[in-house]
Design a binder for this molecule. Sequence first.
Ligand code: SUG
Length: 416
Amino acid sequence: MQTEINFDGIIGPTHNYAGLSRGNIASASNAGDASAPRAAALQGIEKMRHNLALGLPQGFFVPLDRPDARWLESLGTSLNDAEPHLRAQAWSASSMWAANAATVSPAADTADGLCHLTVANLVTMPHRSHEWQGTLAQLRLAFSGPQFAVHAPVPAPFGDEGAANHMRLCSRHDEAGVEIFVYGVGGGRFPARQHLDASKAIARHHRLDPARTLFLRQSDTAIQGGAFHNDVVAVANEHVLFTHETAFYERDAAHDAIRRAFPAVEIVEVPESAVSLADAIKSYLFNAQLVSLPDDGGMGLILPTEARDTPSVWKWLEAHVAGNGPIRQLFPVDVRQSMANGGGPACLRLRVVADPATVDPRFVADEAKLDRIADVVRRHWPESIAPDMLGDPALTADVRRARMALLEALDLGELG
Ligand code: SUG
């Protein structure tokens, strides 16, 4: 049976705060802090456990080989000799944010009845531009069956950030839906990472029906306010679009276009007067997993504890849950280590609608496997990384060993 599976990026042993992402306020403001990779990965694993316990199918991707010596070599340098900014870019554990791994179009939306995935090129940020090779290798393994079509990235310079700028409205996950690509237009102090030409290329590769495909512009206000991806200000699930008032350029026209394309849509909008854009971004209210709970339990929102700790946000949510809105339950989860780099619960996962039986079982989680992963993390992940440790050859050896131990535990040695 086709169902939504969330694939979380396991947080890698090189997780650190280097302030690499311009336009991502959390990344900039925590630059230079010491990170806690072990605690970070355990927080991510706890989130997966939480969602499994809700009855939601769960998968994962493994961390990429970092520091990326091959990338530095292609730049004519090495781990030892690289300038500090390049070294930090080689060390980033940013593939943990699996929402940026790929754009996914479920089989029900495509002309050939295949589930299409296009790996994101992530070219706007140098530290993310060398993720796609390792990510593509995993996608090709996980989704190698004849039910899937896995595509190479859209070529540069057309920036593509994957599912973080893509939403889907449908009556049920396994029925044909409307796919919404949200792109940005550059010009302000912060870059627009998702380009319209990239979104259109993906829609063509995925053989989407133009009548059920929308390209909406993200508002400049949102980007310049720190919403470097659309999933910081909007999230959709089935017929519900949960969004901040400032998310889209020309809001009224955008909402009209959505209603025309999918008349059954329920737009749950949070007005600026109730929750300011600044509070929405600080709390990551919208970077939540909006999920359909099993057994007709309605929809639940898996959101960061920061949302509970932001008074305007929690007040709005409590009122919504007490009323007649579609979100019935709130589940705060602690992903603070990832949040400090601008990655909330929704950033950490990639949604794929598929029959779990068609996915390589090595990428599918259950309690026992999460125990095994947690065990490797406890034994091998560094407790702490301060930015000035990135040049340390002993740390390099440690993080490589850590990743290899994980691959071995998951029988994924071929990704080594
Ligand atoms: O691309 N942070 C990531 C956060 C990605 C969040 N993903 C979604 N919204 N879907 C980014 O900005 C920070 C790395 C550093 O600064 O070291 C970073 O890459």
